[in-house]
Design a protein around this ligand. Structure first.
Ligand SMILES: Cc1ncc(COP(=O)(O)O)c(C=O)c1O
Length: 377
């Protein structure tokens, strides 16, 4: 019996051809022709004024924190239920996280808790569109605007999802994408910064290029390039951009496939879940999800662990997800304690993700569903 992995990257189109082209063109460092094509495609598809590819979503978030001049003493509001990178990029600049809890339905930041988390030091709110389902951006933007706070979306899961018809990643002044191997569209390791506030675009280019005005030089706007600001090295190789461009070109096929996979799990697990008090993902009517993952919320941590073990015995790999950040070693050093985010604490113990990748066949899904529904826990 072959094992069905939790994730497997798949070749979806012209990846090999484009990588060969990049090699033949002799431009394999950053900022090459394929990066330009990826950025233009994303700008046009999402309606974002400027997109810059980065080496990861983590680096796009670091770039955002640098761009917004986040510094010692600033506070940033972040859901406790997220990946470390959402907050570590800001803690790196000296910011203090204010962890807030999540909604029970979408597992996104609970926007009703925002007002009481805001202090005169709050600089940034970091909504994370968990599983590619939009946060309540109307309330988040309204609250942020009233208090003069910036919004940076962590859209690692949400490319091509939408909230009230508007693409995720277009709400904050900045948004971060991930093209990590586990994402719908990927290049192994990669990311992008979506710059919705055009005033931030020029400095973003400088910071991404080690603090130099190299991009202006290549556009012929200055006759030599030099060190002009702080910065780092966040530019991915054009070999990766070539791979990514092939994936981006296949976006409609990828999203259609993932929608089919997601709908299959829902259709075949709905009755089983209802009979056993297992909660399936919930997508509000005004959200168009990105079909990034399919998860189950088991009634208890023991049942979740037992189901993971049962699936493994049946050749199906499933995984849990984020541990509450406020209870992590670092989170506790920064002041987090048990009981701060009860929903996060309850959910992270009970969540299990099923295999979900572009090449997953219907026969594989049948095996996954068969194994899940055999579970008597
Ligand atoms: C919500 C979220 N943000 C950021 C990241 C980091 O992405 P990357 O690996 O591209 O740095 C992840 C990783 O999966 C994530 O789930």
């Amino acid at each position: 019996m072959t094992t069905i992995p939790f994730n497997r990257p798949s070749i979806v189109g012209d990846e090999f051809r484009y990588i060969s082209e990049a090699l033949a063109q002799g431009h394999i460092s950053g900022g090459g022709p394929f990066a330009a094509r990826c950025q233009a495609l994303l700008e046009q598809q999402l309606g974002v004024p400027r997109v810059l590819l980065t080496t990861s979503c983590t680096h796009a978030l670091e770039l955002a924190a640098l761009l917004l001049d986040v510094r010692e003493g600033d506070e940033v509001i972040v859901p406790s239920f997220t990946f470390v990178s959402t907050i570590t990029a800001f803690v790196l600049r000296g910011a203090q996280p204010r962890f807030i809890d999540i909604r029970p339905d979408t597992l996104n930041l609970d926007e009703t808790l925002l007002e009481r988390a805001i202090t005169p030091r709050t600089r940034v709110i970091l909504p994370v569109h968990y599983a590619g389902v939009g946060c309540e951006m109307d309330v988040i933007l309204d609250t942020a605007t009233r208090h003069g706070i910036s919004v940076v979306e962590d859209n690692a899961h949400g490319l091509f999802g939408a909230y009230r018809g508007r693409p995720l990643g277009t709400f904050g002044c900045l948004a971060a994408q991930s093209f990590h191997e586990t994402k719908n569209i990927n290049c192994g390791e990669g990311g992008a910064l979506l710059i919705n506030d055009p005033r931030l675009a020029e400095r973003a280019e400088i910071i991404r290029e080690k603090g130099t005005n190299r991009s202006r030089f290549f556009r012929g706007l200055v006759d030599k390039y030099t060190w002009v600001d702080i910065g780092s090295s966040y530019v991915p190789s054009d070999i990766l951009a070539a791979y990514l461009y092939a994936q981006l070109e296949a976006r409609e096929r990828i999203q259609t496939t993932r929608r089919r996979l997601w709908d299959y799990y829902l259709r075949h697990l709905r009755d089983w879940a209802a009979a056993r008090n297992v909660v399936l993902p919930s997508v509000p009517a005004h959200c168009e999800q990105a079909y990034h993952m399919f998860y189950l919320l088991l009634p208890s941590v023991d049942q979740r662990q037992a189901l993971i073990a049962h699936l493994r015995e049946n050749g199906v790999m499933s995984v849990f997800h984020y541990q509450p950040l406020h209870l992590s070693e670092m989170g506790q050093r920064l002041g987090g304690k048990e009981g701060d985010c009860p929903m996060t604490e309850a959910v992270s113990d009970r969540l299990l993700r099923l295999p979900f990748y572009n090449d997953l066949t219907e026969a594989d899904q049948e095996r996954v569903v068969g194994a899940v529904t055999k579970f008597r826990g």
